[in-house]
Every structure is written in C-alpha cells, then in structure tokens.
Design a protein around this ligand. Structure first.
Ligand code: ZN
Length: 324
C-alpha cells in the first residue's frame, strides 16, 4: 500500500468491538466499497491484533493502495501512539495497538475511541450532517457517546470527553456498573440495563414468561414484550425509559445540542422508544427551552464506527475539519 492522499482518496476504517471486528474500505463520499469482518472470542491482545490485521488485509487486497487506516476501539486511547491506555471491555492496560498495526502496514495509522469515531461518522454522513451542536449516544451493551460543539468534535484533556455512560444517575439505588460505580447511566439505560430492570421487577410478575426457556433473555425480547403490552415487559421498559430520559436530560444540560441521535442496537426500537422518551426528557429539561433538542434515531446503524474511523484516517485525526 502506498501513501497517497488526493490521488487516492480511499481509506480503511476499522470498528473493533468486544465480540466482532469490521473493516471497511471507504471513499470520500462515505460509501463502503468493501467490507470484511471476524468474530472475536478470545480477548487476548495478540489474538485480537491477528484478527484486526486479517480483516484489514482482506479489504486492502481489493485495491492497489489506500492512503491511511483508522481504527476505533473501546477504551481510552493515546492518540499520538495509538496505545490503548485502558479498556475494560478487553481487560487491557497500555496495549500497544498502534505499534502492532504500524509494524504490519506501511501507511499512516490512526486510532481513536470507538464512540468518538461513530460520532464523527454520524456527523459527517449521517443524521448529524450540517449540525453545529450534535451529540451521538450509542445504546448497546454499554453506552458510548460523542459531542460536536460549535462544529468541533470535543476530545477533552485526556481524550475522554463524551463518556456519558459513566455519569451516575442513580448513585444510591442503582445497579453496579462495570466501572465500579453505582447507578451509572450505562448500568441503568443500556441494553444490559434493560435486562437488569426486567430482572429487578421479575418477583412482581410470577406468571411472566419473559425469562422462561421459550424466550432468549435479550433486551430485544423485553422491548417486544413491552410493545405487546405484556405487564412484566411494560414495567421493565418504563423504568428503562425513565433512566434513559434522566441521562439524556443531563446531556442536554451539559451540552445543549440541537440534535441528539440515538444509535447502537437498542435504538432499533425506533419510534416506540422515541415517543416514550420525548415527553419525559422535556419534563426533566429545566434550563434550556423545552423541545429545542431534537431526539432522533442515528442513520448509519452499526456502520457508523467503521465509517467514522475511515474519516479519521482521511483527516489525520479525530476532527470535523477536512485536510487541505
Ligand atoms: Zn460506570
């Protein structure tokens, strides 16, 4: 692969998750030309690097050259070296991901947080396009996020800006979070949070079939039960929406965005979720004029992180500004 820029606008974007890695070959139009991927079952650093390198090679083989590679990973990442300082998802500390990829590929490598990459993707090509004040919240197993303020993607002092998942919304009566605190937004209002709400209220619904062998115990099954009006599902969903609304209202208080896009697996609930959320968020919004922050579903779905990583590669970092 050669190091070309304008002559070769193609970059590779990689979305590294705890159970899957995807690599996309992406043009400047944001279109995915080729994609590859692999499931991850062993989280040791060496195994994950092998899978990432394999996925990149597969898409790189489709063209003569690409100009750069970007990768979004869970955790806190040193943007200068690409070292993953801390990733609870992988159980890594100071994992030299950038160094490993640089020894495998002879093009510039950029590594950033996966949720910030997804924010960049959604802001460049998705629902956030054209907005100056934008927030992406990814609701999956956990909660990730990113902030675009006055047109700039906020990174913060140690590139940890936008970690909405770990602000506490129920510090005294909430669930224990993976980070060790109690009642984090992520513990209460992610897909995992929905399952925990369903388990918490289960004793009140002895005849519920939600956790019977006939159903998988996934957040989607609980949402479907709520949509069907089944009492146990409705009770769990209602608590989940209450907590999600609390966190979103806090985000509005801190950031005052014009648009919040909800992405990640849980957001496939679409209007069923948004219609329940909007009035509750309004109720909890006290300082910004109510109803002035639009709540919508993100449009790039699971591809946002990989597309955003490709944008990061093209721009030479996690920035909303194109290079000259
Ligand atoms: Zn937490």
């Amino acid at each position: 692969m050669a190091n070309v820029t304008k002559e070769n606008p193609l970059t590779i974007g990689v979305d590294l998750g705890g159970s899957h890695v995807s690599a996309f070959l992406v043009g400047t139009d944001g279109e995915i030309r080729f994609r590859s991927g692999a499931d991850i079952s062993d989280l040791t650093f060496e195994t994950v690097v092998k899978l990432v390198v394999g996925a990149i090679r597969e898409v790189a083989a489709k063209v003569k050259s690409v100009s750069a590679i970007g990768l979004g990973s869970p955790g806190n990442i040193d943007p200068a070296t690409g070292t993953v300082r801390y990733s609870p998802n992988f159980g890594w500390r100071d994992a030299p991901l950038g160094k490993a990829l640089r020894s495998a590929f002879d093009v510039p490598i950029f590594i950033g947080n996966d949720a910030r990459c997804a924010t960049l993707g959604e802001h460049t090509y998705g629902t956030g396009k054209g907005t100056a004040n934008f927030v992406l919240l990814t609701l999956g197993t956990g909660i990730g996020g990113g902030i675009v303020s006055e047109g700039t993607l906020l990174l913060g002092n140690t590139v940890a800006a936008g970690e909405f998942g770990h602000h506490q919304i129920r510090a005294t009566d909430g669930f224990i979070c993976g980070c060790g605190k109690t009642g984090c937004f992520e513990a209460q209002a992610s897909g995992q949070g929905l399952i925990r709400h369903a388990l918490a209220v289960a004793p009140s619904f002895p005849r519920s079939e939600l956790f019977s062998e006939k159903r998988d115990i996934g957040s989607k099954a609980i949402r479907k039960a709520a949509e069907a009006g089944e009492a146990h599902g409705v009770a769990a969903w209602s608590r989940f929406i209450d907590d999600l609304a609390r966190g979103i209202a806090n985000v509005i208080a801190f950031v005052n965005p014009e648009l919040i896009a909800l992405g990640g697996g849980v957001s496939s609930a679409g209007d069923f979720m948004l219609n329940a959320l909007r009035p509750k968020v309004d109720e909890l919004t006290t300082m910004a004029p109510r109803g002035t922050t639009k709540l919508v579903a993100a449009s790039l779905g699971n591809d946002a992180g990989g597309i955003g990583a490709a944008v990061m590669a093209r721009r030479g970092g996690l920035t909303t500004k194109e290079r000259d």
